[in-house]
Design a protein around this ligand. Structure first.
Ligand SMILES: Cc1cc2nc3c(=O)[nH]c(=O)nc-3n(C[C@H](O)[C@H](O)[C@H](O)COP(=O)(O)OP(=O)(O)OC[C@H]3O[C@@H](n4cnc5c(N)ncnc54)[C@H](O)[C@@H]3O)c2cc1C
Length: 532
């Protein structure tokens, strides 16, 4: 095969963003994807029930809509259409009350104020700060760390009035922050529920970051979804790439990266070896790259030591349902939210998180729920709903917090059919308790446990969805190992481009963009050096 400038291993959002930036710079690019469909954890399918489109993994894309890089790809010109649910996020409480993040901040504030005096103004004040510094905070968070080129100017802008305080709030524990900012559970749980998208306990520093980021993005750009299914976002990235000469080879698993003289020079698949002229960008997990695609012999010993401390994030069980009517929520908000969080209180969330940390399958799982028909009617038959819910479970199960409870089927952690069925029932009961009659509307169901998730995308190791824990010990210069934070690897011309790299999980494309920009920069400096 002829030499290509760059090979991107993996067509997740990070791989596709990286490939697009490289073709924009005039490079020839081949993307290798093991699965028969491109997109990684951004795909959709119709296998739950005919006429229903379900997102196989991720669904809501505030991080993509807020990402300067993804916005800069102008994917609308390649068929992407963002659509939004009537309201952004709803937190359902056991007594039928709701905390609602509306599209309009005044409406959000009014709803929060009605539940606890003072929370409306507190919400508006937070939004004001975000208006001033939000864009710069996003750029700062999504840039390589420590920021080098252009980073100083950016840091200066973030430190404008309000910016430093916002950054301080982001590194606070979500419980401490929300209890300080708000008087009522509705506002607190909107932030805490969004914090649960990362795996940091509500009492640990850094947990407020994801909560604040998602609610404030939710308030400004919403939680958009691609019309027709998550796969339309990946589809638009593939079409854009191909329109500029890039290639995506499906069903092509990379088996190894050949290193010669300390530089990545080729990528091996089962059927061929592709010579690489400039760079290899690996949208694979850090443990799959180091000591996997690149043997330890080609890597420094200290990296091997550091990788032995790499921590995965918890596992996941996701259930998809086809419903023949909307979810009959008690006290449903007039403007229905696309995303619903189910957790009784901060204390309940803390207990659930502790159970997962202790290796126990939670008794009353905190649930993230997506009403995809509410967000995008094109995905369901009339009055139908394509619902999903997922929850986190331990990577290594030591027991079930609900074992011995009357009427509860225990989960053993083998994640065989029996476990998946028992877990799905637990989630269904939790929804039924908020929406009596929900179960009667189920016409089809699919349960994806840790094994299924990993078999459909090998980056989701053991059902981990974020490429490694988001806890502070594995963030910034510690991601994926101490001394990183940037996409460069010890092998010249090889870059880590997946969510295992800073800034981690979520569909923002920053890990891929950082890798592509580093590859372009190094190639440019190498070329100039050779000429001089
Ligand atoms: C159930 C679930 C729900 C989520 N919900 C959301 C959400 O709503 N919003 C959000 O922003 N984020 C969400 N996320 C997280 C988000 O999807 C991921 O962080 C993101 O997809 C990571 O992108 P990536 O490109 O790093 O890797 P991935 O998307 O995992 O893609 C990696 C790709 O590389 C391929 N690959 C791996 N190894 C090889 C190899 N050796 N050869 C060839 N190909 C290979 C895989 O097949 C895969 O296609 C969710 C994730 C999951 C699993």
């Amino acid at each position: 095969m002829t030499t290509t400038d760059a090979v991107v291993i993996g067509s997740g959002p990070n791989g596709l963003v990286a490939a697009n930036l490289l073709v924009d710079a005039g490079w020839s690019v081949v993307v290798l994807e093991e699965q028969e469909t491109a997109g990684g954890a951004v795909r959709s399918d119709s296998s739950v029930a005919p006429g229903y489109v379900h997102d196989t993994f991720s669904s809501f894309y505030p991080l993509a809509a807020g990402s300067p890089t993804i916005r800069g790809l102008h994917l609308e010109e390649h068929g992407l259409e963002w659509v939004q649910a009537p309201s952004v996020v709803g937190h359902s409480f056991p007594d039928g009350r709701w905390g609602v993040l509306h599209r309009d901040r005044g409406e959000t504030a009014a709803g929060l104020e009605a539940q606890a005096a003072g929370d409306g103004d507190a919400w508006l004040a937070l939004c004001d700060t975000w208006d001033r510094v939000g864009d710069d905070v996003i750029r700062c968070l999504l840039s390589p760390f420590p920021p080098v080129r252009g980073g100083a100017g950016l840091a200066g802008r973030v430190l404008r009035p309000g910016g430093l305080e916002l950054l301080r709030e982001m590194i606070m524990p979500a419980r401490a922050l929300t209890e300080r900012l708000f008087n009522g559970e509705a506002a607190r749980m909107l932030v805490a529920g969004n914090a649960a998208h990362a795996d940091i306990s509500l009492e640990s520093p850094g947990s407020a970051a994801m909560g604040l980021l998602l609610v404030l993005l939710g308030q400004t750009v919403g939680f958009p979804v691609p019309r027709g299914g998550a796969g339309e976002l990946s589809g638009a990235m593939v079409r854009r790439l191909e329109s500029k000469g890039g290639q995506v080879l499906l069903g092509e698993k990379a088996e190894g990266v050949r290193v010669d003289g300390g530089r990545a020079v080729a990528v091996r698949t089962v059927s061929r070896e592709i010579p690489v002229g400039r760079a290899v960008l690996a949208d694979v997990s850090a443990p799959a790259l180091y000591g996997g695609l690149v043997p330890w012999d080609d890597l420094p010993t200290r990296l091997r030591h550091r990788m032995s401390r790499f921590e995965w994030d918890p596992s996941t069980v996701k259930v998809d349902w086809a419903l023949n009517g909307p979810v009959p929520w008690e006290g449903a908000p007039e403007k229905e939210p696309g995303t619903v969080h189910i957790g009784d209180s901060l204390d309940d969330m803390t207990l659930t998180g502790s159970q997962v940390a202790a290796g126990l399958v939670p008794e009353r799982p905190f649930m993230l729920v997506g009403q995809m028909g509410v967000a995008d009617a094109s995905r369901v038959p009339e009055r139908g709903e394509a619902l999903w819910a997922y929850t986190h479970v331990p990577q290594q199960v030591r027991g079930d917090a609900a074992a011995g409870h009357e009427g509860v089927r225990p989960v053993h952690g083998t994640w065989d059919e029996g476990d998946l069925d028992a877990m799905a029932q637990r989630l269904e009961e939790r929804i039924e308790s908020r929406a009596p009659g929900f179960r009667d509307r189920i016409t089809a169901r699919r349960v994806l446990g840790p094994h299924q998730l990993e078999s459909m995308d090998r980056n989701l190791v053991g059902g981990a969805i974020n490429g490694g824990t988001a806890n502070l010990q594995q963030q910034l210069i510690f991601r994926p190992v101490a001394g990183s934070g940037r996409p460069e690897t010890p092998v010249k011309g090889l870059y880590l481009a997946s969510a295992s790299a800073h800034p981690g999980g979520g569909v923002h494309g920053a890990c891929g963009a950082n890798a592509a920009r580093a590859a372009l920069w190094h190639h440019k400096t190498r070329t100039l050096w050779r000429r001089s």
